[in-house]
Design a protein around this ligand. Structure first.
Ligand code: ATP
Ligand code: MG
Length: 421
């Protein structure tokens, strides 16, 4: 038994899992390149206040889920629970607003939320995050949605669907929230404790309640899309027009309010088959007020975050074809101590020529060759005393199953031409 174990809600991503993660990373990097997004890397911890303000004081994330602590200099610090607040902080702090707009940024890495762990829900999670900053029109919303979709389409996920809603803006949301609160006040006696609290503090979150008993109140609740101002209504109609024109399927979901306070206008999720109750692999929306809220110039923006753990779950569940990770093509095996030094010289020579190579650290030739197979080497180079004396190497092609004796000075060219064939 191990004396130390990993903490609840964290994962070791073992070597055999890495090909799924790498496949995701390569796919999103290619999508970002194709869509013209620049990479940005940010600190994993920030001032607590950035998230409290940015994500919203009355959200589940800020109220219950943040990993916050004081450092040795008594600073209040939080491990990022999401990326957008940090991206916006960096955008303002580094003067990125002077760049031609829109500014398109992506980021990838861990985030931390104190949640109840279950399949697809961890306390250290990993996200890919993309933002378009400085464009208010629905084309930017469309671009973000297309990009999110494209990731999963390129990963060959089945059963993809957009969930879509509009959440209004400071002009129309307050009136809607009043209407929503009135609907709930009339049912006050039947609400769960969380909903009673939400009713007081953040009524929009009422639509988020996961309890069975509250689902009826949600279904009967007034819909925000019937209370949008003219601008929000036109924005939403134009976005849907684009999606309709492209034939991208979406479901209007009036309960989709998302867990962060900063959203305005569009919110969406991408759902995929195969991850059970946690059906969202990705979520995002527009946040036109956030940059100003954090102290920058008023700037519209829209973005999304994609969870990597859930994407990996779907890859496995749906048997998505995931390429094997590359391995060095050459494995050097040798007979006994007498050939060892010669073998090491050959190893260094191959590496200097730019060929990936590993060498047996000892053992019988049999066990060395077994290891070469296990490590998925393409070639085993076998060196015995006869080969040493004649300055040749036995090249066994482990994929083709043949072998030939090759002169030392022709070795690299032979390996290269076989690799290229
Ligand atoms: P959920 O409704 O599932 O809690 P969320 O609305 O909190 O998701 P976001 O904050 O928008 O999610 O994050 C975007 C994506 O990050 C989610 O769609 C999901 O794939 C992933 N994600 C969120 N929380 C977790 C978690 N605790 N563990 C693993 N992945 C997560
Ligand atoms: Mg959540």
């Amino acid at each position: 038994m191990a004396k130390y174990t990993r903490l609840t809600g964290t994962q070791d991503i073992l070597p055999e899992e890495q090909r799924y993660w790498e496949h995701f990373r390569q796919t999103v990097a290619q999508v970002a390149l194709d869509y013209g997004f620049d990479r940005i890397d940010l600190p994993i911890f920030e001032m607590t206040e950035l998230f409290a303000r940015g994500v919203g004081e009355n959200t589940d994330i800020v109220e219950k889920e943040m990993y916050s602590f004081q450092d040795k200099g008594d600073r209040d610090i939080t491990l990022r629970p999401e990326f957008t607040a940090g991206v916006v902080r960096a955008y303002i702090e580094n003067g990125l607003h002077v760049q031609p707009k829109p500014v398109k940024l992506y980021s990838i890495g861990p985030a931390f939320r104190y949640e109840r762990p279950q399949a697809g829900r961890y306390r250290q999670l990993h996200q890919y995050n993309a933002e378009i900053i400085g464009e208010s029109g629905p084309m930017a919303d469309l671009e973000i949605m297309l990009m999110a979709w494209d990731i999963y389409a390129r990963l060959d996920f089945q059963g993809l669907a957009f969930q879509l809603n509009a959440t209004g803006c400071p002009a129309c949301r307050p009136t809607y929230i009043e209407t929503l609160a009135a609907h709930y006040r009339a049912r006050q006696d039947a609400l769960c404790d969380d909903c009673l609290r939400r009713l007081e503090q953040n009524p929009l979150r009422l639509l988020d309640c996961k309890r069975e008993a509250c689902q009826g109140h949600i279904a009967a609740a007034p819909k925000i899309t019937a209370h949008l101002c003219a601008e929000c209504d036109a924005h939403f109609a134009e976005l849907r027009g684009f999606l309709d024109d492209l034939g991208r399927p979406y479901t209007l979901n009036h309960t989709l309010v998302r867990g962060l306070d900063y959203y305005t206008k569009t919110v969406f999720e991408v759902w995929a088959e195969g991850i059970g109750a946690q059906s969202a692999v990705c979520g995002g929306g527009r946040y036109d007020g956030l940059i100003e809220l954090i102290g920058g110039p008023a700037t519209p923006a829209v973005g999304f975050a994609a969870g990597i753990e859930r994407a990996v779950l779907v890859m496995k569940e749906q048997d998505v074809e995931v390429p094997a990770l590359p391995t060095p093509p050459v494995y050097i095996a040798y007979l006994g101590d007498a050939c060892r030094q010669y073998a090491v010289r050959l190893l260094v020579h191959l590496r200097e020529a730019g060929l990936g190579a590993q060498i047996a650290m000892g053992g019988s030739l049999r066990s060395q060759l077994r290891h070469a197979n296990k490590r998925d080497a393409r070639f085993a180079l076998i060196i015995g005393e006869d080969e040493m004396a004649a300055d040749v190497v036995m090249v066994r092609d482990l994929h083709a199953g043949d072998q030939e004796t090759v002169a030392q000075d022709a070795l690299i060219a032979t390996l290269r031409s076989r690799l290229d064939a």
